[in-house]
Ligand binder design. Structure first.
Ligand SMILES: Cc1ncc(COP(=O)(O)O)c(C=O)c1O
Length: 478
């Protein structure tokens, strides 16, 4: 084995083998024992910076020191998203096949910008996303590309919508162009407003469409808003509908929204970042009716499809729309590969990681049946928890529940509404600080609710029960 020093080359095969075995051993142990860690990192802001060396080492260090510091500094400063008691935000899973595929992807280290730079990464992405499309019941018109996050996928979709609705902006920019408008509800993910700002449409470029009591977009209000914007000289560009909103996992009425979008020439983007994988279940497919009429759809396999972060899929009905927005080929990237698709033409990034490999591994390892069973299991766990919450005095649940998310709050008699928010944040903080489980919160009508999002592959009834008990105990103490 080569020692540390300034004359280092890369690891020898023997050194790699030895450390590879130790690292795989570490990961296997971690995945087996992750439920024993405190879910949320037990550190305060700044602790990690204090624990880490301020300067990079002048000379290379032995792997032994790196692994030791990883274990003693990094792991304790980690909030364990792979913990079966992780119920915050939207729970995710880094699974064995996905983790191992990441190792292979790093070894190949391809940068799939143009086809010849990585034919396998380019075409595996096409094939795997065709598998996923069929798994979700989407029509063959849709072609997918993988991005890092839903935020970027949505940005790309809205950029394509702007290109279609305001083509003059490509050459001349937006000055002098009619102000563009994007329609979404207040429940849409903040990535929509961020994309609109980044696209130069300004914060005012988002028209918020009212919702019903269940926080679903009102399509009549959408039609009215579009028509009055047109009359006022605005250029309606796109509507963003969500399946599985972040706060309450509500689903906008997609078919009615598609009607409005179709009759008024709006681009329809469907944000199914979290809930999209649930379309694999025939029983839930009716809830997705209308998404097959979208211009673009985002689904994140790194949320509820057991694929390690990051992996977000953007389906476009006409991939040429994405190319119209993003294709710009300098001489040094020109190729003469007839019929080849170049991933760089479908988004902002030139270089791309080989993300399709882990999704391909995950889909092959679990199989369609296995994936359906895992998602079904999370839905069952959520329904069971919802029942328990409904039966518990002093607790309230947001209804209707959506998918595998349960939204709840401690609302005992005798606590004034103005004190309830602080009480619930205190309950959440107490549970999170205990390390037993991790939850996050949201606001509905300005009031605080707690989100219990089930989605990790290792979560069982026992973990849900333990977290629910921790919540009740914390509530009594708060
Ligand atoms: C509905 C929805 N859309 C988009 C996003 C953004 O996801 P990402 O972190 O991949 O950008 C989230 C995140 O939770 C979400 O819930």
């Amino acid at each position: 084995m080569t020692g540390p020093g300034s004359d280092r080359t890369d690891m020898s095969p023997d050194e790699f083998r030895e450390w590879g075995r130790r690292f795989v051993e570490w990961v296997a142990e971690y995945l087996a024992e992750v439920g024993g860690y405190p879910v949320m990192a037990q550190v305060a802001p700044g602790d990690m910076r204090t624990a880490l060396d301020a300067e990079a080492p002048e000379l290379g260090e032995p792997m032994e020191s790196l692994l030791r510091d990883f274990e003693s500094v990094i792991v304790p400063g980690t909030t364990h998203w792979n913990h079966p008691g992780f119920f915050g935000y939207y729970a995710i899973s880094g699974t064995g096949p996905g983790i191992l595929a990441e190792l292979l992807a790093a070894a190949l280290n391809v940068n799939a910008m143009v086809w010849r730079a990585s034919p396998a990464a380019t075409e595996l992405e096409e094939t795997t996303l065709d598998w996923l499309r069929r798994f979700l019941g989407l029509p063959s018109a849709f072609a997918g590309t993988i991005n890092d996050t839903a935020s970027i996928s949505t940005f790309h979709a809205l950029a394509a919508a702007r290109e279609r609705g305001l083509p003059e902006a490509r050459e001349r920019g937006l000055s002098g162009a009619p102000p563009g408008r994007i329609y979404a509800t207040a429940e849409a993910h903040s990535s929509v407003a961020k994309a609109v700002i980044a696209l130069g449409l300004g914060r005012d470029g988002v028209t918020l469409v009212p919702t019903d009591r269940a926080r679903r977009m009102n399509p009549r209000e959408l039609a009215g808003a579009v028509d009055s914007d047109v009359a006022a000289g605005y250029r309606p560009l796109a509507v963003v509908a969500t399946v599985g909103t972040t706060s309450t996992a509500a689903t906008d009425p997609l078919a009615a929204i598609a009607d409005v979008a179709g009759s008024r020439g709006l681009w329809l983007h469907v944000d199914a970042a979290y809930a999209g994988p649930a379309a694999c279940l025939p029983a839930l497919r009716p809830g997705f009716r209308g998404w097959e009429r979208a211009d673009s759809i985002v689904v994140n396999p790194h949320k509820w499809l057991f694929t390690p972060v990051d992996c977000s899929v953007l389906y476009a009905r006409r991939p040429a729309d994405l190319r119209a927005a993003f294709s710009l080929t300098p001489a040094f990237l020109e190729t003469r590969d007839e019929g080849a698709r170049h991933l760089m033409d479908h988004g902002l990034a030139l270089g791309r990681r080989f993300r399709a490999l882990k999704l391909w591994f995950v889909m092959r390892y679990f199989g369609q049946e296995g994936l359906r069973a895992l998602i079904e299991c999370h839905l069952t766990l959520a329904a069971r928890l919802a029942e328990a919450v409904d039966a518990e005095t002093g607790w309230e649940r947001w209804k209707p529940s959506g998918f595998s998310l349960v939204v709840l709050r401690w609302s005992p008699d005798g606590v004034a509404a103005q004190d309830r928010d602080a009480l619930n944040l205190a309950v959440m903080d107490r549970v999170n600080a205990s390390g037993a489980a991790f939850l996050s919160h949201t606001e509905i009508d300005g009031e605080t609710w707690l989100r219990f999002a089930i989605g990790n592959i290792r979560t069982t009834e026992e973990h849900v029960d333990r977290a629910w008990k921790a919540l009740r105990t914390a509530a009594v103490k708060s």
